[in-house]
Ligand binder design. Structure first.
Ligand SMILES: *[C@@H]1O[C@H](CO)[C@@H](O)[C@H](O)[C@H]1NC(C)=O
Ligand SMILES: *[C@@H]1O[C@H](CO)[C@@H](O)[C@H](O)[C@H]1NC(C)=O
Ligand SMILES: *[C@@H]1O[C@H](CO)[C@@H](O)[C@H](O)[C@H]1NC(C)=O
Ligand SMILES: *[C@@H]1O[C@H](CO)[C@@H](O)[C@H](O)[C@H]1NC(C)=O
Ligand SMILES: *[C@@H]1O[C@H](CO)[C@@H](O)[C@H](O)[C@H]1NC(C)=O
Length: 268
């Protein structure tokens, strides 16, 4: 009897200490996803609004592929050639957990790179550094115990400068999403795209139309229209990032609930 009870206790202990599978979210794109909120004259002001506060159930995959507690600036060791500030990631994560605690713990995988000059979608081609880094980090995150539940994509502003880039944007974005779904072995991988409303050049409408015109299953949109910019007129401010984080969370949750039968909101 005693050995049996010991075994039961041992198993119970092992079960209790088995970490729950993480809900992995990939953050990708350029500077506004990386985060420049609160950055003035290449210095971050350090202000973290209450919506973006750290939470023990929100982790971040550091550049060295270990999980650490997440806090802004989430991209500081990934987008290393620029001063990072506040992005949408922490507000997104806090709101997702508030509305659907069953998704805890969340594992954020920062992969956005803006650098000092911005990055174009041509830099996210299958054999390019940014793409390979994203895939490697996503796989490492999953191997440590988790399910990749979605990708948040905010990029396109640097493709508004040149007409050829703008015209090729749609094809390149579709290729990127297709490649990711194949390489991560997740053919229905949910993706939320931020539609840009201004950019670094004149072809904003072309890029925006391309983003909104992608009719792929499990791809949804939020609109950055009207979000306040910093004095640099280039980047979203901290309050704008908080608003964007909320919109991303709501779009992400709608997608999860529509697509996952266990969370089917219309079921009785
Ligand atoms: C940034 O630098 C400019 C010019 O040097 C100065 O006018 C401005 O007040 C500075 N802004 C902040 C927030 O420090
Ligand atoms: C990995 O990076 C994190 C965050 O920068 C750091 O806290 C941790 O000590 C690093 N771990 C290793 C094994 O280098
Ligand atoms: C969306 O993804 C889920 C899995 O994440 C899948 O079950 C569902 O069929 C997908 N929806 C469509 C329309 O393909
Ligand atoms: C950041 O996002 C805003 C809102 O869409 C946009 O006006 C701006 O051009 C973006 N900045 C960069 C550098 O991508
Ligand atoms: C959700 O549930 C409703 C009613 O039970 C059902 O008709 C619908 O097909 C379900 N949708 C999904 C995506 O599972």
């Amino acid at each position: 009897m005693l050995p049996f009870m010991c075994l039961v206790l041992l198993l119970a202990g092992a079960y209790a200490s088995t970490p729950k599978e993480k809900s992995i979210i990939i953050l990708a794109g350029q500077s506004n996803m990386s985060g420049r909120g609160g950055v003035h004259n290449t210095t971050w002001d350090g202000f973290v609004p209450f919506q973006s506060q750290p939470n023990p159930s929100i982790l971040r995959l550091a550049a060295n592929l270990t999980w650490v507690q997440a806090r802004d600036p989430l991209h500081k060791d990934i987008d290393i050639h620029a001063t990072c500030g506040l992005g949408p990631g922490m507000t997104f994560a806090n709101r997702v957990l508030h509305k659907d605690p069953g998704l805890a713990p969340l594992g954020l995988v920062p992969c956005a790179v803006g650098g000092p000059m911005g990055t174009k979608i041509s830099e996210w081609g299958k054999h390019m550094f940014l793409y390979k880094q994203l895939v490697n980090r996503a796989k490492a995150a999953r191997e440590a115990g988790g399910l990749i539940r979605g990708v948040l994509w905010f990029q396109g502003e640097s493709d508004t400068v040149n007409e050829v880039d703008a015209r090729k944007y749609k094809r390149r974005l579709m290729n990127l999403f297709g490649n990711l779904r194949v390489d991560l072995g997740s053919p229905s991988l949910p993706i939320v795209v931020v539609a840009i409303t201004s950019g670094q050049g004149p072809y904003v409408e072309t890029v925006r139309k391309a983003q909104l015109g992608i009719k792929l299953h499990n791809v949804s949109y939020v609109d950055a229209k009207g979000l306040p910019l910093l004095q640099d007129k280039l980047h979203l401010s901290t309050p704008a990032q908080v608003r964007l984080g909320k919109m991303l969370a709501d779009a992400f949750l709608t997608q999860q609930h529509v697509t996952s039968p266990s969370n089917n909101i219309s079921s009785p």
